[in-house]
Design a binder for this molecule. Structure first.
Ligand code: GLA
Length: 405
């Protein structure tokens, strides 16, 4: 990867933004950096967007993508920072005589360039999916041997993000194959995020940060609570590998797909934000309840995910009976905290400052879901703890800001 970390001013700018402003802040920081000839870090904060797979599987079409792009704007998701609209598997059917990949003519009769244009016209970015092997997981043509042709085609169409899967690739070297995509993307001169999807099989946390902007750490998420619990444990192990421009990817969100309770979806979203995970919605944005939209667009929770310091939060304390404390240091010196209750029924949760890396002393504490805010003046000794009730399968998500003299 040839990109260089960009100057600190963009990070400072982002640090001072509320989330509604983050999107505009990001764009203006990018524009300024580019105008000054600096290299912009792709995905300086975890990518946010939508992907078709979790909800729609192979049932993809240009009608769907247009509807999702419109809904992303109308629902307030774009304003909240969601940016990429990504078509996953099944958009491709063949290769032409020139080797160029052919989109399904029935489902995408206008062609991919027109779909990308529609997405761009709404102030969003466009993404596609391919596979490093000869076929995708659903048996469509893969990119093996066509990495450069495909990169040029994507650039011609205006693609901004490419997810590269790993089906039918077991005999290949993942670092070698994924580096081919990176080189081919760079050769086009177009910024394209590379989303590496080999499910953590080849220890991507050790090498993928040099090649892609995000890499899956686990097998596929499912729309159930056990899946969320298992992915949390697995993704937490690799927290040290994450940082601006290179993120662990615990897979796309299931929020709103119907298999979990609202409380469980709130936990799923909160803990993905604590882990600085890419926030790629996977539900039908055209038809979501207010409760689900409120989860996906909570700007203070999103600000934790998008914090410019780029530290992946982690489990700092596992109390051993289904209660965990997660902490994520933030750029302004505060710490995001999630008190997490894995049990079915309500439990008392608590935290003291030394457990989350803070010096003893008073702090301003804000609950990011109830929006309650209070000063915790005696915080910081082992004996005095901040206590909160944790709902079953729920989190209490706090931002703790030390009050300095
Ligand atoms: C794999 C990936 C999924 C999705 C499907 C598509 O299972 O891990 O995220 O892209 O393939 O076939």
């Amino acid at each position: 990867m040839t990109r260089i970390m960009y100057a600190g001013f963009a990070a400072l700018l982002l640090a001072s933004c509320t989330n509604g402003e983050t999107d505009r802040g990001r764009e203006s920081a990018e524009a300024t950096a580019e105008a000054e000839g600096e290299t912009v870090t792709l995905a300086a904060t975890p990518p946010m967007g939508f992907n078709t797979w979790n909800r729609f599987g192979c049932d993809v079409s240009e009608t769907l993508v247009r509807g999702i792009a419109d809904a992303m704007v109308d629902s307030g998701m774009r304003e909240a920072g969601y940016e990429y609209v990504v078509i996953d598997d099944c958009w491709q059917v063949d290769r032409g005589p020139d080797g160029i990949i052919v989109p399904d003519p029935e489902r995408f009769p206008s062609g991919m360039k027109a779909v990308a244009d529609y997405v761009h016209e709404r102030g969003l970015k466009f993404g596609l999916y391919t596979d490093a092997g000869p076929k995708t997981c659903e048996g469509r043509p893969g990119s093996l041997g066509y990495e450069e042709v495909d990169a040029r085609t994507y650039a011609d169409w205006g693609v901004d993000y490419v997810k590269v899967d790993w089906c039918h690739s077991d005999s290949l070297s993942a670092p070698v194959q994924y580096a081919k995509f990176r080189e081919a993307f760079d050769a086009t001169g177009r910024d394209m995020v590379l989303s590496i999807c080999e499910w953590g099989r080849n220890l991507p946390w050790e090498w993928a940060g040099e090649i892609g902007q995000l890499w899956r750490t686990t097998a596929d998420i499912r729309d159930n609570w056990d899946s969320v619990l298992w992915i949390l444990e697995a993704n937490n192990r690799h927290h040290e590998a994450a940082g601006p421009g290179h993120w662990n990817d615990p897979d796309m969100l299931e929020v709103g797909n119907g298999g979990m309770t609202v409380e469980e979806y709130r936990s799923h979203f909160s803990l993905w934000a604590m882990m600085a995970a890419p926030l790629i919605a996977g539900n039908d944005l055209r038809d979501m309840s207010d409760e689900i939209r409120d989860i996906l667009t909570n700007e203070e929770v999103i600000a934790v995910d998008q914090d410019p310091l780029g530290v992946q939060g982690r489990i700092v304390l596992d109390r051993g009976y289904g209660a965990q404390v997660w902490a994520k240091p933030l750029a302004d010196g505060s710490v995001a905290v999630a008190l997490f209750n894995q049990r079915d029924s309500e439990m008392d949760g608590s935290v003291s400052w030394h457990e989350i890396g803070l010096e003893p002393g008073p702090a301003l504490v804000r609950d990011l879901w109830t929006e309650e805010e209070f000063e915790h003046l005696d915080g910081g000794t082992i004996a005095t703890r901040l206590r909160r009730k944790m709902p079953g399968h729920g989190v209490v998500m706090l931002r703790v800001t030390p009050i300095r003299d």
